[in-house]
Design a protein around this ligand. Sequence first.
Ligand SMILES: [Zn+2]
Length: 193
Amino acid sequence: MPVLRLVAKKMLGGVILFGAIVASHDTAWASGLPSDFNVRAQTACEAKILNEMEAREVFSGKAYDVLSEVARAYGRPIPHIYLLPDSWNMAYLAASAAVDGRGKIVVGRRAAVLFDRIALKGFLGHEMAHLVRDNAALGCKDYIVRDPEMEADADALAARTLGTQPVKAFLERVLALTEGQNFDAKRRLAMLQ
Ligand SMILES: [Zn+2]
């Protein structure tokens, strides 16, 4: 099925090249929330985004279990976890941790199926690293393109927290699924050695 394969390849490229942070990311503040942070507006905006994505919160299953394990390793409460139908993507909602201290991670259902537990752990560990680092975001906007340095930092934090193996497994899985075409994954894998 060459067409499906091509689509899969394109979308998987998106897993890491694009789209994992919903919200703008350009401001960081050292302590607490900015005075104009509006929890109610943030909550409403997040609900709207999740609804538009048709993402559903789950309370059990593979992705939930693995995320619980990851959150424990980070010493953090388990973020809300949402499954996204027909997607390979994974995202976290920036600023969502500021709403209730947990944060929200959105997992593509296909990623949850196609990644084995160890690779999924690396994937979620990477997203969790963003969430932990992101004590600040301007709220609920749109996808932003991620900068390579931020990605490498998130990999490094995940590797320190969970061990290198899951992060390697995650990047290797992406490379395998994209038949070695994902240069971002290749580069990050090399940085991890
Ligand atoms: Zn990332």
